[in-house]
Design a protein around this ligand. Sequence first.
Ligand SMILES: Cc1cc2nc3c(=O)[nH]c(=O)nc-3n(C[C@H](O)[C@H](O)[C@H](O)COP(=O)(O)OP(=O)(O)OC[C@H]3O[C@@H](n4cnc5c(N)ncnc54)[C@H](O)[C@@H]3O)c2cc1C
Length: 349
Amino acid sequence: MIKTDILIIGAGPTGLFTVFEAGLLKMKCHLIDALPQAGGQCSELYPKKPIYDIPGFPEILAGDLTSNLLEQGKQFQPGFTLGERAETIEKQEDGSFIVTTNKGTQHHAPIIAIAGGLGSFEPRKPKLESIEKYEDKGVNYFIKDPEVYRDKKVIIAGGGDSALDWSIFLADVASEVTLVHRRNEFRGALDSVERAQELKLLNKINIITPAEITALHGEDKIEGVSVTKDGETKIIEADAFIPLFGLSPKLGPIGDWGLEIEKNAIKVDTVDYQTNIPGIYAIGDVNTYEGKLKLILCGFHEATLMCQSAYKRLNPGKKFVLKYTTVSGINGFDGSRKESPKAVVKAIV
Ligand SMILES: Cc1cc2nc3c(=O)[nH]c(=O)nc-3n(C[C@H](O)[C@H](O)[C@H](O)COP(=O)(O)OP(=O)(O)OC[C@H]3O[C@@H](n4cnc5c(N)ncnc54)[C@H](O)[C@@H]3O)c2cc1C
């Protein structure tokens, strides 16, 4: 059982910044995310796109914002349960909660911060007979560890950044990489499309377009796939089939937790972003209130106010004085200390 002060569901920018704000108030955080990496929409949907409306950053790549947020929170030693979806919640007699993931990992915390954005991203699965039978037996919708594919024959399907980037990456890992896309055109960063083209010419990636995967083969695991091009179908040997058709957001299991929902978002009050269940907050894109804007900076603001409220819940009666980080410095949970240099008191003679 993982124990923490604030259990954050969703490691997008809002959840990541919560770690920092909570840390300033000496509260420890643990994050759960259905995706295999932190960053939410920023890292999953547009890591290489510049964002222009983060205060203090005239321009920052979404992927770099994620790295910076992770770096900023690191000193407060957050825990992570990645690649698992928060599935159920049980209120305990003392008012705390146990949240269990789809893989059975249990987390216990007095405060829950739902920072689930548009919901947990579910992979878009191709409509192929018996695909479920092969899931985790050669069929994977995410690549968690590329080493799994070392010296294997890999078929990737899709025409976006993920399909291109992983094909390029695995060209040096797998024994054979075949990229199948139903159109001739790819929708990805120009440098990725050009690199894939180069690797094709070097025979390091086999690209088949316009074509579709039409059947999967194998006894207990994937052994081959049928590829149909121009009405003709042939079977290609494969150890792995990775369809990368993007993700569709779904509020998912959180929608069944007894929270007040409006337009697929969680209703909160605007004092501290608490839901209708005391102790459960909802911050960032996942919440709704009058005037709500789904912007990163709004998530940061909500995380800050939510942490103040959580602190009061965890420390009833304890006086809290807001201190600027420039004045108080920061004491990391890892023993680190950051502070601005002190003024020197010295006579000038
Ligand atoms: C293409 C694009 C461009 C954008 N440009 C800008 C911009 O320029 N400026 C701006 O301010 N905003 C922009 N946005 C919006 C911005 O990305 C969102 O406002 C922001 O990501 C919200 O952050 P969040 O942390 O609240 O949620 P998200 O980033 O959506 O993260 C939520 C996380 O929660 C996880 N999750 C949800 N449910 C569960 C569950 N049950 N169990 C486990 N994990 C769960 C999800 O997997 C996800 O990783 C853009 C969005 C897109 C798609």
